[in-house]
Design a protein around this ligand. Structure first.
Ligand code: DGL
Length: 282
C-alpha cells in the first residue's frame, strides 16, 4: 500500500495512460468534454501490445506508470486501456487508496439493454477477456443475452502503424465479425481503446443494422462526475494544455496525436529504468 497521502490540487493535470495510441480515443473525449482540464498522456509504446501479455506483467507496467503520473502531480488517473483495466484496476485501487481512478470495462451493459436479437458481440484483446472484470460485467448485465467474443490479433499493431483503413485491418476485422454477424448480432462493443480508430471499417463490415458501442464519451462523463465528487474540477479559465509522453518514439507520438485526434504536442521521451521505473530519457 502506498503510504504517501495523495492531496491533489484541483489545478493539477489528469493522468491518462494506455499501451499506445488507443488512449487517444479517450483523450479526445476528455479534451472535448473537459476543455479546461490539463492532461498528461503516457503511451507505453515500448511494450505494445499489452493484449497478448500475461496479466501480471501488464499490472507491473500499469503500477509503474501510475507512480510516474502521481509523481508528476496527477490529481486523478484515467486508465484509458481495457487491457490494463482488466489486469490492474483492482490492484491500483488497493495500492493507491487515496487516488481516484477511472477505468475501462467493455460496454456490455448498453449492448445488452438495447439488443433486439438477444445476441451481441464484443471485440477486445485476449487479456481483457481473461480478466475478472469482463466475467463480472457479463454476469451482471448480460444474463439473458448471448454475448459472443472475438480477439483481433494484429489489429492494435496495424492501428499503431497508421493503417486504420488498410487491407490487413479489414481482413482482421472481417475474421472477427463475420462469424458474429452470422449469429445475428445487432450490437458490437469496441472493447479496446484502439478500435474506435477503425470504426469506419467496423461500420462497413457490420452494416447499418448493427449498433457500434464506443465508450469514450461515457468515460469522459464519468471523469467529470468524479472530479465534481472529489472537489477537483480545475479553476483554469483558459483551455487546458496536453502533454504526450511515450516509451516509444517521441516524434512518432507527436505525429500520431496530430493525425488521429488533431492535437499538436511536442512528444516527450520516457524510458524504463532497470528497476522497472519510468523516467525521462531519450
Ligand atoms: N488499447 C488497449 C486496450 O484498450 C490495449 C491494446 C494492446 O496493447 O494490446 O485494450
Amino acid at each position: 500500500m502506498s503510504r504517501a497521502v495523495h492531496m491533489p490540487d484541483p489545478a493539477a493535470p489528469l493522468g491518462v495512460f494506455d499501451s499506445g495510441v488507443g488512449g487517444l480515443s479517450v483523450l479526445r473525449a476528455l479534451r472535448a468534454h473537459l476543455p479546461r482540464e490539463n492532461l498528461i498522456f503516457v503511451a507505453d509504446q515500448g511494450h505494445i501490445p499489452y493484449g497478448p501479455r500475461p496479466l501480471a506483467e501488464v499490472r507491473e507496467f500499469s503500477e509503474a506508470i501510475v507512480r510516474f503520473l502521481l509523481a508528476e502531480g496527477a490529481k486523478l488517473i484515467v486508465v484509458a486501456c481495457n487491457t490494463a483495466s482488466a489486469a490492474a484496476l483492482a490492484h491500483l485501487r488497493q495500492t493507491f487508496p487515496n487516488v481516484a481512478f477511472v477505468g475501462m470495462e467493455p460496454a456490455v451493459k448498453p449492448a445488452a439493454e438495447t439488443t433486439q436479437t438477444g445476441v451481441v458481440g464484443v471485440i477486445a484483446t485476449r487479456a481483457t477477456f481473461q480478466g475478472e472484470l469482463y466475467a463480472s460485467v457479463v454476469e451482471r448485465f448480460a444474463q439473458d443475452v448471448r454475448v459472443l467474443q472475438s480477439t483481433c490479433p494484429g489489429l492494435v499493431e496495424e492501428i499503431e502503424a497508421g493503417n486504420t483503413d488498410g487491407v490487413e485491418a479489414r481482413r482482421i476485422l472481417e475474421a472477427a465479425l463475420t462469424p458474429m454477424l452470422a449469429e445475428n448480432i445487432d450490437a458490437v462493443v469496441l472493447g479496446c481503446t484502439h478500435y474506435p480508430f477503425v470504426e469506419r471499417l467496423v461500420r462497413e463490415i457490420a452494416g447499418e443494422g448493427v449498433r457500434i458501442i464506443e465508450p469514450s464519451e461515457a468515460i469522459a462523463r464519468r471523469t467529470e462526475w468524479l472530479l465534481q465528487e472529489h472537489g477537483l474540477e480545475t479553476p483554469n479559465r483558459a483551455e487546458g494544455w496536453t502533454r504526450g509522453l511515450t516509451t516509444g518514439q517521441a516524434q512518432a507520438l507527436s505525429d500520431q496525436m496530430r493525425r488521429l485526434i488533431g492535437v499538436t504536442v511536442e512528444g516527450e521521451d520516457l524510458i524504463w529504468a532497470e528497476e522497472g521505473k519510468l523516467t525521462y530519457g531519450s
